[in-house]
Design a protein around this ligand. Structure first.
Ligand code: NI
Length: 168
């Protein structure tokens, strides 16, 4: 197991569309283990494979502080069930240091495969619904800053680019 490097906005690799996983095998289970290590080390509550430069449809989430509810979503598909949306203050390990409110549907259904390759469905609520939608966006090459005004997005981009230059 290993802590992987997390790509940061505006790295163009974050714009890659992830491919579906064809076999949920040991290679994928190793990736999942590394993604949990990486997410917990950050620390964060969700991570998409895209963020560690692996462009396959794998997401890990754990909303608990004691790391007691690890969840894996492979090839997730989301269906919006209602018109209701709500704002939630979102952050992202690929956009460190920034949070902004993003409006998303509150009622969604998710279908995915687990680590054993078994299909399951769930209706996530509250923060879990937000988090799953945020992570599925990553698999499609989308970031939460894409929902902000161009001005706000540009401001965050400039500051992160400057931070990356200083860090490098
Ligand atoms: Ni994120």
């Amino acid at each position: 197991m290993a802590v992987l490097e997390i790509l940061e906005f505006p790295d163009p690799r974050l714009r890659t569309k992830a491919k579906p996983v064809t076999d949920v095998d040991d290679r994928i289970r190793n990736l999942v283990a590394d993604m949990f290590d990486t997410m917990y080390a950050a620390p964060g509550i969700g991570l998409a494979a895209t963020q560690v430069n692996v462009h396959e449809q794998v997401i890990v989430i754990d909303l608990t502080e004691d790391r007691s509810q690890p969840m894996v979503f492979i090839n997730p598909e989301i269906t919006v069930l209602g018109d209701e949306t709500a704002d939630y203050e979102e952050g992202c390990l690929s956009v460190p240091g920034y949070t902004e409110p993003v409006a998303r549907p509150t009622q969604v259904k998710v279908k995915a495969l687990n680590e054993q390759g078994e299909s399951f469905e769930m209706i996530p609520e509250d923060l879990l619904a937000v988090c799953i939608q945020h992570e599925i966006d990553h698999l499609q090459g989308k970031l939460f800053v894409d929902y902000l005004s161009p001005l706000k997005r540009q401001r965050i981009r400039s500051k992160l680019e400057k931070a990356h230059r200083v860090g490098a």
